[in-house]
Design a protein around this ligand. Structure first.
Ligand SMILES: Nc1ncnc2c1ncn2[C@@H]1O[C@H](COP(=O)(O)OP(=O)(O)O)[C@@H](O)[C@H]1O
Ligand SMILES: [Mg+2]
Length: 214
């Protein structure tokens, strides 16, 4: 067993676990305080479980195995690398088109990811295809007007993040300078940044994929 990341008082441990030759990522809140586990951990795990289940069958979204215990969640491990550590020349041709199609397929199931501005939530899998992970902050569409507005905003934000990744990393010999996509309005960006800052907790140390520290 190895760690992707040791937790922080406000974050779960993330472990890589191998069972019968298959690898799972386990998000584990067991070593956090009791109130944290009961009030935040279980809620976050159930949310992620719910989203992964509703996205089941989409190639590029990890399958969810379920709860090994009440405070952990087992998720299919994707072999590959986080987009944050891949050099532009190492992206396979067409990667960003596939990523955009993947994100649109997620949206078509009524789910906005909402956290794709974190490059490490996008993966370049071992076979070169894109993967999207970390659905803890996702949002399902709703008839309720405020939630619907927020969901629609996150849908646009997801696509914007894909476009930004494409702009930063895609080497396209045919069209080296594609027109930038329309940006969010400034008030929308400010609201989004405000909530992101409230949500974000920095871990003590972030280990790279596959770092084996225990
Ligand atoms: N299904 C997965 N396959 C491969 N690596 C994963 C997977 N899920 C998480 N990881 C690794 O663990 C890191 C943290 O997981 P993530 O779900 O993004 O947690 P957090 O909500 O803390 O950002 C990811 O950046 C990635 O390196
Ligand atoms: Mg993440």
């Amino acid at each position: 067993m190895s760690f992707f990341r040791r937790g922080w008082p406000t974050l779960p441990d993330i472990r890589l676990v191998e069972v019968d030759g298959r690898r799972w990522v386990v998000k584990d809140w067991r070593h956090r305080s009791l109130p944290r586990r009961l009030l935040q951990g279980r809620f976050m795990l159930k949310r992620e479980y719910f989203f992964l289940r509703s996205l089941e069958g989409i190639d590029g979204v990890p399958r969810c195995e379920g709860f090994p215990d009440a405070d952990s969640l087992a998720i299919e491990h994707f072999e590959g690398r986080n987009a944050s550590v891949v050099y532009p020349q190492d992206y396979p041709r067409g990667f960003f088109d596939h990523l955009e199609a993947l994100v649109r397929a997620i949206h078509a199931r009524g789910v906005a990811h909402g956290d794709l501005d974190q490059d490490d939530n996008v993966m370049v899998r071992a076979d070169g295809s894109p993967g999207v992970i970390d659905f803890g902050n996702a949002l399902r569409e709703s008839w309720f007007p405020l939630i619907r507005m927020w969901h629609d905003l996150l849908v646009r934000h997801d696509l914007q993040c894909v476009a930004r990744l494409r702009g930063r990393f895609e080497i396209d010999p045919v069209n080296p300078n594609p027109a930038p996509p329309p940006d969010l309005l400034s008030w929308q960006r400010r609201v989004l940044v405000f909530f992101r800052k409230m949500e974000r907790n920095e871990p003590v140390r972030v280990h790279g994929v596959g770092d084996n520290v225990s």
